[in-house]
Design a protein around this ligand. Structure first.
Ligand SMILES: [Zn+2]
Length: 180
């Protein structure tokens, strides 16, 4: 069975993520928030590094309950910085809490974060048609700009493009991959 080149000869959990989750359209705000936080933590690291810590993140972050995360106080921040299971970046941790507050504002404005993010393509999935996978596109530039304007951090265009691939707004499976 052919898979995308980036998961060939990789650990089972990484392959499973590719096979079952990557590029599958998500409309669930909890999932959309989880992936937004994880992509933000990825900045400067490999995705596999973040994915390896995903379960620890879920425990540390109340299963990515956005309301709870938005209310994290200094005591909780100190706890997260000491948590060796996750990525201990003070700046990323503080940004994730600030981003949670903005995520909630977007939910209020659009009814859901899903409505907001899928609104950029009118609900359409952008499917890869060749194997030259970009690192960012005008669409990710636009969303990145809008999220930054709203006050989010760690939402640069490359992070957002990777996010769009993860949540299935963009389907970038290679043409030879069985998921294509
Ligand atoms: Zn694939």
């Amino acid at each position: 069975m052919q898979v995308c080149s980036w998961v060939r000869n990789q650990p089972e959990f990484y392959l499973k993520y590719h096979n079952e989750e990557w590029g599958v359209p998500s409309y669930d705000d909890r999932e959309l928030f989880e992936l937004l936080v994880l992509e933000g933590f990825q900045a400067g690291l490999a995705w596999i590094t973040v994915l390896k810590k995903r379960e620890a993140f879920r425990v540390a972050y109340d299963n990515f309950d956005v309301q709870k995360v938005a209310n994290y106080d200094d005591k909780k921040i100190a706890e997260l910085i000491q948590n060796t299971g996750i990525i201990r970046s003070k700046s990323k941790i503080i940004s994730s809490i600030n981003n949670a507050k903005i995520f909630i504002q977007i939910q209020k404005e659009f009814g859901s974060f899903s409505n907001y993010i899928w609104g950029f393509t009118g609900g359409k999935i952008i499917k890869n048609t060749n194997d030259k996978i970009p690192v960012s596109t005008p669409l990710s530039d636009l969303i990145s700009k809008d999220l930054k304007k709203r006050g989010m951090k760690y939402v640069g265009s490359i992070i957002i493009y990777s996010y769009l691939q993860a949540i299935g707004v963009v389907d970038d499976h290679e043409t030879t991959c069985f998921r294509y």
